[in-house]
Design a protein around this ligand. Structure first.
Ligand code: ATP
Length: 221
C-alpha cells in the first residue's frame, strides 16, 4: 500500500488484554502519544489474545473499564473491533481494519510493551507487520538489561537498519520500530487481580472509576 507519512493521520494503536486496565497503560501511552505527536491513539481490548491465556474478565467488562479510564481524554479512543470479532484477535487484521476504516490515510504506530514485543515471532503473519506499520516498543520494569539492538528476532534482522542514536530500526518498507524508555510503572494486571482477590489496596494502580466498576460487577474475586 502506498504511504504518505507527511500527510497521513498519525494514529496510535494500543492493543492489550486490559484485564483490568491500569495506570501503567494509561500513563505510558499518554507519554508516547505526546512524544510522537500522534493525532489520536486508539485502545483496542483483545477478545481472546492468541499469545496469552484466556482473560479473567469478559470482553464486555474489559472494554467498559477501558472506556471509563479514558473519559475526558479526548485524544484517546476505544475500539471494540477485536471484541466484536468473534474469533481470536490477530493484530495484522486490526491494522488492516484501521487502514480500511481511514481509507488508507493513516500512518499507523502500533504500541506495545517490550514483554509482548519479545514474543512477536509467535504472532500470526508476524514478518508482515513490519511492512504495514511503525512500532513503538515501550520499556517496562524488569527488562532494563536488554540492549535495544538485540530486541529484534534474529531471522528478520537483515531487513532493518539500526540507528544507534535513537534506538530505532528502519525497515526496508520505510516503517520504523522505535524502542523507547517511558517512566517506569511497576504495575501489572496480574498483580491487580491478585490484590483484589486477597482484598488488598489498589489505590494509585487503577482509577477510582475502574475500581468502582470492578466492585459493582464483582470482578476478580
Ligand atoms: P497481565 O499482567 O495480565 O499480563 P499487563 O499488565 O501486561 O497484563 P496487558 O493488557 O497485557 O497488561 O498489556 C497491554 C500492553 O501494555 C502490552 O503491550 C504490555 O506490554 C503493555 N504494558 C502493560 N503494563 C505496562 C507497564 N507498566 N509499562 C509499560 N507497558 C506496559
Amino acid at each position: 500500500m502506498e504511504r504518505n507519512p507527511e500527510k497521513n493521520l498519525k494514529l496510535g494503536l494500543f492493543g492489550g488484554t486490559f484485564d483490568p486496565v491500569h495506570y501503567g497503560h494509561i500513563n505510558t501511552v499518554k507519554e508516547i502519544h505526546n512524544r510522537f505527536n500522534l493525532a489520536k491513539t486508539i485502545f483496542i481490548p483483545a477478545h481472546i489474545p492468541h499469545h496469552k491465556k484466556k482473560p479473567v474478565a469478559e470482553s464486555v467488562h474489559r472494554l467498559e473499564m477501558v472506556k471509563l479510564s479514558v473519559l475526558g481524554l479526548d485524544y484517546f479512543e476505544v475500539s471494540g473491533t477485536e471484541v466484536i470479532r468473534d474469533s481470536n484477535s490477530y493484530s495484522f487484521q486490526t491494522i488492516e481494519y484501521f487502514k480500511k476504516s481511514y481509507k488508507n490515510k493513516i500512518e499507523p504506530f502500533f504500541i506495545l510493551g517490550i514483554d509482548i514485543f519479545l514474543e512477536i515471532s509467535t504472532w500470526k503473519n508476524y514478518p508482515y507487520f513490519f511492512s504495514e506499520s511503525n512500532f513503538i516498543v515501550m520499556n517496562r520494569p524488569g527488562y532494563k538489561d536488554i540492549k535495544p539492538r538485540n530486541i529484534l528476532p534474529a531471522d528478520i534482522g537483515t531487513e532493518f537498519d539500526y540507528n544507534h542514536d535513537n534506538s530505532s530500526f528502519k525497515h526496508k518498507s520505510g516503517y520504523c520500530i522505535h524502542y523507547v524508555n517511558v517512566t517506569p510503572y511497576d504495575i501489572s494486571s496480574t498483580d491487580i487481580r491478585e490484590r483484589i482477590k486477597e482484598g488488598r489496596e489498589t489505590t494509585g494502580l487503577i482509577s477510582d472509576k475502574v475500581s468502582e466498576y470492578i466492585k459493582n460487577n464483582c470482578l476478580y474475586r
